[in-house]
Structures are given as C-alpha cells and as structure tokens.
Design a protein around this ligand. Structure first.
Ligand code: AHG
Ligand code: MN
Ligand code: MN
Length: 325
C-alpha cells in the first residue's frame, strides 16, 4: 500500500512553494485539521435536529444548540488562531474581518465560507467548506488590516475546498496544479486520491438554478436555450444540487459549467467573490478551466468590500467561451 497523507504531501511539496519557509504548509495542515473536526460535527447533524432539538433552541440537556454554519465558523476560526501562521480571518459568517491579537507576526490571512450549501444539511445532500489564503500586505508585527483581505484573486497564495458527501474530500491548489485528498475514516487521514486534477475542456453538462430563467440576460437565456436544444443533437444534461461546492466538484472532475448570473432577487449575483468565487476560480484555472463574471476574469476583479457579490460562469473552457460568445 502506498498511501500519501495530506500532511506528507504538503511536506514533500513544501520546497516548491513560492514561500518555502514552511508557514503556508503549516497553515494548510491546520485547515485540514479544522475540516476533520467540521466533518465529525456534520455527521451528527441529523441527530441535532431530530433528537436533540432544532438548531438555535435549547436541547434536551438544556444546552444552546447552535446552527452548523456557526459551529463550523468557530472551529475554523479557532484552528486558524491556534495555527501561528494566520494573522486574521474573514468569514461569510462574520460581519467584519477578525485580526488575531496574539498573531501579529504571522504572514497570512484566510477568508472562508465555513459551510457552503448549508440549507442542504436538512436533506442530507453534500455541503462544503471553501477557503482562500493571501499573504498579508500590511507590516509584520502589527495587527492585520482590511487591505490584507481586499486583494484580487490572482494574488491568492492558496485556495481549496472540502466536500462533505458520501466521502469527504479536500481539494486545494497553491498555484502549481490541483490535488485532491479523500478522508480515510478508519485512520482519520486525508490521503492523496486525485493527483494533478485536470478538468475536461468540454462536457455536455450545465449547472444552474434555472427557475430564475425569466430574469436572466439574453446572453444567458441564449446559452440555456442552446443547452436544451435537441433538434439535431443530444441536449445537455442539467445537474444542480444547490450547493456550490458539490456542483463545482462534479464539474471539476467530469467537466461542465456552473452558472450563477444576476437575477431579480440578486442583481449583482448571489455568490460571494471573496469566500466562494475567488477560491473556486483559482482552482478551476489551475485545473485548466476558466472563470469569469461575464465581463472579466474573476481573478482580476479588484474587491471593494469583504462581502461583495458577483455573477459567475465557471467550468470547462469551451463552455465558458461558448457562453461569452
Ligand atoms: P451558503 O449556504 O454558503 O449561503 O451558499 C449557498 C449558495 C451556493 O452554495 C449555492 O450554489 C447557491 O447558494 C444556491 O442558490 P439557489 O438556492 O438560489 O440556487
Ligand atoms: Mn456558500
Ligand atoms: Mn455558507
């Protein structure tokens, strides 16, 4: 048996990182640890609702039951603060960024969506965690600032996601390709299962909330119509879970396009640039795919606020090109 664990892989590839001093490696290991804890907590989610009481209520033991988004947020925040390599975080679940008082000497900030697709938990569909890592731009030795977080996606030092599905898998990039690690539950280790992931250039799969069709632009409507047109060809397959991590993961491995355009309810798009689109765009490009907002490359967008939303078309190169044409 030739198992390569995540920690082993990180150690082996450490010298290839732009910053070969080990801090980024340490940070990635800590994110791996946090996701194992989240994975454990998620596996008890059904019990929380059905037996222990609804989230945000008092459970039968008289304890406050927190929503899983908040539990995952706190786990990641704690692990990153303990890490020693992270001077601050920003999260979809926090109103503002959090600077770690005791980590002024650390070099990195991490932005994350602690639990993506969280409404899927009630129906036991896959959910995920998404993370994005930047090297700070403020001076080391001081508290991190908003400028450390509001950097364009092309400056990410690393990005990744964890999908909690029929298996749990962690996928990440540091700008040198994309690798996937499946959690082997009996030993509690992420093991390299998908080395050097490359996404197919083309596939006949699209993924979107098509219920919003009437509020799409003509460009998006035309693309959807093309996908459904089966007059002289086989129509595309529509696959939509409603959990970006899960839809993205399928497209990454099998090819396809994930689309979240502007809609009546979300004129600027629904997904968040910093916690969802930037990290996924970095991964997709590293796997050979593409990500745009319809006007420019996602990774080139200059962010102006932490919780900024954007439209996103992400996936196999030919499909993203087709939509843009
Ligand atoms: P989150 O659970 O972190 O708020 O994200 C939900 C997002 C994303 O995961 C998913 O692709 C999208 O919302 C689904 O939106 P619709 O329900 O509008 O299709
Ligand atoms: Mn999300
Ligand atoms: Mn979320």
């Amino acid at each position: 048996m030739n198992l390569i664990t995540l920690d082993e892989f990180i150690a082996r590839t450490e010298h290839d990182l732009p910053d070969a001093t080990g801090e980024l490696s340490g940070l990635l290991r800590d994110i791996g640890l946090a996701s194992k804890i989240v994975n454990r907590d998620l596996s008890k989610a059904g019990l929380v609702d059905a037996i222990l009481g609804e989230a945000n209520e008092i459970n039968v033991q008289g304890e406050d039951v927190k929503k899983l988004d908040i539990i995952a947020n706190n786990v990641l925040k704690k692990c990153l603060q303990n890490s020693g390599e992270c001077c601050g975080i920003a999260s979809e679940e926090e109103p503002d960024f959090v600077a770690f008082e005791n980590r002024k000497n650390a070099k990195y900030v991490v932005l994350f969506d602690p639990l993506d697709g969280s409404s899927n938990i009630d129906v036991i569909a896959p959910v995920g965690t998404i993370f994005s890592v930047f090297k700070r731009v403020s001076p080391i030795g001081e508290l991190c600032t908003i400028d450390d977080f509001l950097q364009p996606g092309y400056k990410q030092a690393a990005a990744g996601y964890v999908i909690y599905g029929s298996s749990t898998m962690l996928v990440y990039t540091t700008g040198d390709g994309v690798n996937g690690f499946t959690l082997e539950p009996s030993i509690g280790e992420f093991c390299l299962s998908h080395p050097a992931i490359k996404t197919p250039e083309m596939a006949k799969t699209y993924s979107m909330n098509q219920g919003n069709y009437n509020s799409f632009s003509d460009k998006v409507k035309n693309f959807v119509d093309y996908c459904q047109d089966n007059t002289d060809k086989k129509a595309f397959s529509l696959r939509y879970i409603g959990s970006m991590v899960a839809d993205f993961h399928r497209d990454l491995l099998k090819g396809g396009i994930y689309i979240y355009p502007s809609t009546k309810d979300a004129p600027k798009g629904k997904l968040r640039l910093m916690y969802e689109c930037n990290p996924m765009a970095f991964i997709q490009e590293q796997a050979g795919g593409k990500a745009t907002n319809g006007k420019e490359r996602i990774l080139d967008i200059i962010p102006t606020e932490l919780h900024q939303r954007t439209t996103v078309y992400i996936g196999s190169t030919k499909l993203v090109d087709m939509l843009e044409e």
